[in-house]
Design a binder for this molecule. Structure first.
Ligand code: CP
Ligand code: NVA
Length: 301
């Protein structure tokens, strides 16, 4: 068996990513109709959370349980991880007892180091730089509502954060055009933008960036770990909100997404959040199905 990790979307080929999305849609139907198989009885998923979570924790824990397995929630507060045990030692030990591990942490280099020393697949459940699991759910949601995302235009609105940077990876892997509307000082990493070539463009004016778009996406202005910058970010990112006015510049059937948790009245209007037409709740639910497809893929390599 080949050991595969999912630290960014680049760890899977475009064909493998398409397979995971198609499988997520199948697993969703199987789950809804109560005809799902128990693919991984007695498998154990280790879940390391150094940051808070609702969706990620529930979706991974429910997902492995539905496969017949079990999850162990590991918080730095109650383990030696929080007392400075080296990442490589933790990785060796945890991976010797678990079949697969997911990690939500700060610096991306932590998860890279963990993966280097792990004997089982490691999944990035969010780092300061990337949130690839959320992208699987977002792409699944787009495919379910609008068909293939290949050749479409996506507009990112707001902070050039971990979600935005995973959208840059997705633009390459799923072959769509990404326009990023962010104020100066909030750009995603320059090396990522440069490597994406003409797939990715930074445009300061959100209305201009929304023109011709099939999907608008945003996220909180202050990510976890940036709590002290909240007020300054609110001031500098004002004007980068997804609302009905901004949607009027996009294609008439454009969707909008938000990974959640959301701040109504900041990066997204309350009107759009609470619209009966929003796909945001499907997007959240799809975390479950997309990650089950991902775990199945990694555990069967
Ligand atoms: N979108 C997302 O990852 O949500 P949580 O922080 O609740 O896991
Ligand atoms: N950018 C956000 C995403 C939360 C799911 C954060 O890192 O806090």
């Amino acid at each position: 068996m080949a050991l595969r990790h999912f630290l960014t979307l680049n760890d899977l080929s475009p064909a493998e990513l398409d397979h995971v999305i198609a499988r997520a849609i199948e697993l969703k139907a199987e789950h809804r109709e109560r005809r799902q198989g128990v693919q991984f009885p007695n498998y154990v998923l280790g879940m390391i959370f150094e940051k808070a979570s609702t969706r990620t924790r529930i979706s991974f824990e429910a997902g492995i349980a539905q496969f017949g397995g079990h999850a162990i929630f590991l918080s730095p507060r109650d383990t030696q991880l929080g007392r400075g045990e080296p990442t490589e030692d933790s990785a060796r030990v945890i991976s010797s007892m678990c079949d697969i591990v997911m990690i939500r942490t700060f610096e991306h280099s932590i998860i890279e180091k963990f993966a280097e020393y792990s004997s089982v697949p490691v999944i990035n459940a969010l780092t300061d730089d990337y949130h690839p699991c959320q992208l699987l759910a977002d792409i699944q949601t787009f495919v379910e509502h609008r068909g293939s995302i290949k050749g479409k235009q996506v507009t990112w609105v707001g902070d050039g954060n971990n979600m935005c940077q995973s959208y840059i990876n997705a633009a390459i892997q799923f072959d769509f055009k990404l326009k990023i509307a962010c104020p100066e000082g909030f750009d995603p990493r320059a090396d990522l933008v440069e490597a994406a070539g003409d797939r990715v463009e930074i445009i300061r004016d959100p209305a201009e960036a929304a023109k011709g778009s099939d999907l608008l996406v945003t996220d909180v202005w202050a990510s976890m770990g940036q709590e002290e910058e909240k007020a300054e970010r609110r001031r500098k990112l004002a004007g980068y909100q997804i609302n009905a006015e901004l949607m009027s510049h996009a294609n008439p059937d454009a969707l909008y997404m938000h990974c959640l948790p959301a701040k109504r009245g900041e990066e997204i209007s309350a009107e759009l959040m609470d619209s009966p037409d929003t796909v945001i709740w499907d997007e959240a639910e799809n975390r479950l199905h997309a990650q089950k497809a991902l775990m199945e893929f990694l555990l069967t390599q």
